[in-house]
Design a protein around this ligand. Structure first.
Ligand SMILES: Nc1ncnc2c1ncn2[C@@H]1O[C@H](COP(=O)(O)OP(=O)(O)OP(=O)(O)O)[C@@H](O)[C@H]1O
Length: 567
């Protein structure tokens, strides 16, 4: 140990006004502050304690003690003993070892100079410590922040040059453990970020290392099966591959990315009816019961069905949607059951699997099920009862294992009462039922609008007037209509905020059409006045909205005697 460093330390101690001959009165921290300091360094102390546990064995029956002091000099953990209670009391947790409290000592010098130190016998400032030797090393964490010192003390006759190396090794081991914590944390964070961003972008992603899938995000798991992680693959699935290091590739799966299925998080809105519905949907997703989703057109029935599939126990299987209202009655059987090659004129020469066969081990979504003809209902009932299909033109029955979700905007019970829907089929489909609320009954129209707007054109904003207009409207076409109104708004507003005038409803047009009756001049007067009103009296804007030159607009204002301010 450089004598100049010791000399400088002694000088500082004299400056503190402490006397070498006086008895040492350990300075202890109060219980509250100690608790706080232990909490602050909790992670580091856990590593330190583990390292000290390994030392305990080596220290057994020898008069060594190891401590960790924080940057203020307080002992926060220790192991071993100096062999006498009288000496150990200086090393207790909560005791301060800065120079101002204990005079020149190895820990005090590390705290001041931030470099390893050994203080032997008489080099200690206090006479009472002359019987000791101590070695200490600084501890820096993963951010290279000084956190304190690791110290080993013993009786001076036990001095060994290895003591300093030992403290250095312990400090480095604790720092390495903290670095490992940090990289684990970062890895987790990265994984989480990857999961969130890829989910938001709707892209299933896998990471392949040495031909083995080591990671897959939620969407990839739902596409490829959750058992995909850990599996060897001989051929990397198609998609955009990005090499990471020598033997690792991240693949954004192309095929599935084009049509990612929705999940519950995609159902925007926080009004109680929708929150409850999502809860119910999640619960239903966990079961294998059939579900009917009721709701007006555009309320999100298919969105709900997809979410139930994606987050249910069949998520690894296919999701097959069948729009029952769009299939001509003559084709319903071939759609449901499939057909063998050459089964009928026009049939594909290779034959084709029906929707039920394609949905095997997954979910079939029967959209607009209430629109099926009675004959088609009979065919559907047959599949559900037999749990098997026979392709048209074949004699072989293919067993199927499918969960059935259906949706309708009709009141099926009523349809049954009026003889338009088979009661036996109704009860086969019914299991659990959910009803999507119409948008006009929801209190979160603006919240949903913001979400949709972000999807349509990130960064677009709605003016207060536009927001009020959206809120006042009754939304007969529900969320699908809201989507198209916003799309029009984004289109009309260009790069600017969407104003009230950019929010245009189809039925408003209908109303206007009705009002714009009379002579051509009446219609023109009305159109000019309306355009001026919509542009808050700005003639240029009003002219632009009608596709007229500014001069022509002024001419018309004059001709029809329209007051700009009164509009
Ligand atoms: N809560 C919601 N949050 C975000 N988007 C939604 C929500 N509900 C519906 N949508 C969107 O609105 C559109 C219509 O939804 P969907 O097709 O699920 O409705 P639907 O009730 O099945 O309609 P239809 O009966 O006409 O088939 C879709 O683009 C869907 O993504």
């Amino acid at each position: 140990m450089e004598l100049s460093l010791i000399g400088a330390s002694r000088k500082r101690c004299e400056g503190y006004g402490i006397l070498p001959d006086s008895p040492v009165e350990p300075k202890r921290v109060n219980a509250g502050k100690l608790r706080m300091m232990l909490k602050q360094d909790e992670v580091l102390l856990n590593h330190m304690k583990q390292l000290f546990r390994q030392l305990e064995h080596a220290f057994e029956s020898k008069a060594y003690t190891a401590v960790f002091v924080n940057r203020e000099g307080y002992v926060l953990t220790r192991c071993g003993s100096l062999g006498a209670a009288e000496k150990d009391r200086f090393m207790e947790v909560g005791t301060n070892w800065s120079e101002s409290a204990m005079g020149t000592n190895a820990m005090g010098i590390v705290l001041f100079d931030r470099r390893p130190a050994v203080i032997h016998g008489e080099h200690h400032y206090y006479k009472e410590h002359h019987s000791l030797t101590c070695a200490a090393s600084p501890l820096y964490d993963a951010d290279q922040r000084f956190r304190g010192a690791v110290n080993i003390s013993t009786a001076k006759e036990n001095y060994h040059p290895m003591l300093l190396s030992l403290t250095e090794t312990i400090a480095e081991a604790a720092a390495a453990a903290m670095k490992l914590d940090r990289s684990r944390e970062e890895e987790l964070m990265l994984e989480e970020e990857l999961a969130v961003t890829s989910r938001l972008a709707g892209i299933p992603m896998i990471t392949v290392k040495k031909g083995k899938v080591v990671r897959a995000n939620g969407l990839a798991r739902s596409k490829l099966g959750s058992q995909i992680v850990g599996q060897e693959i001989t051929r990397t699935p198609t998609g955009r591959s990005t090499p990471v290091g020598n033997d690792t590739t991240v693949v954004a799966l192309r095929e599935a990315a084009a049509h990612p299925l929705h999940q519950f998080d995609d159902i925007a809105g926080s009004c109680p009816s929708i929150v409850q519905l999502k809860e119910l949907g999640k619960k239903a997703a966990d079961s294998d019961y059939p579900v009917i989703i009721y709701g007006e057109s555009g309320t999100g029935k298919e969105l709900m069905a997809q979410s139930m599939h994606t987050e249910g126990c069949r998520s690894t299987g296919p999701f097959v949607a069948l729009n029952c209202s769009a299939i001509p009655e003559t084709l319903i059987e071939s759609e449901l059951f499939g057909y063998e090659k050459g089964a009928f004129t026009g049939a594909s020469h290779r034959g084709q699997a029906g929707k039920f066969e394609s949905a095997d081990k997954g979910t079939i979504f029967l959209d607009e099920v209430g629109d099926l003809s009675l004959k088609a209902q009979g065919s559907l009932l047959r599949v559900l009862q037999e749990r098997a299909v026979t392709r048209i033109g074949s004699v072989t029955q293919v067993p199927i294992d499918v969960r059935v979700l259906s949706a309708t905007n009709k009141n099926l019970k009523q349809e049954v009462r009026e003889g338009r829907f088979r009661e036996d089929l109704y009860y086969r489909l019914k299991g659990i039922h959910l009803t999507m609320p119409p948008l006009r009954e929801r209190q979160d129209v603006l919240e949903v609008a913001e979400v949709l707007l972000e999807q349509l054109a990130a960064g677009s904003t709605l003016s207060d007037g536009a927001r009020r207009k959206l809120e006042r409207y009754a939304w007969p076409g529900n969320i699908r209509e809201l989507q198209s109104v916003l799309m029009q708004g984004v289109f009309l507003a260009g790069q600017n905020s969407i104003e009230e005038k950019h929010i245009q409803f189809e039925d408003e047009y209908e109303r206007s059409d009705g009002q714009l009756s009379g002579t051509l001049e009446d219609i023109e007067t009305e159109a000019v006045a309306r355009a001026l009103k919509d542009s808050d009296g700005n003639v240029s804007k009003a002219a632009e909205s009608l596709g007229l030159a500014r001069n022509t607009m002024y001419a018309k204002i004059k001709k029809y005697d329209i007051s700009i301010n009164e509009t």
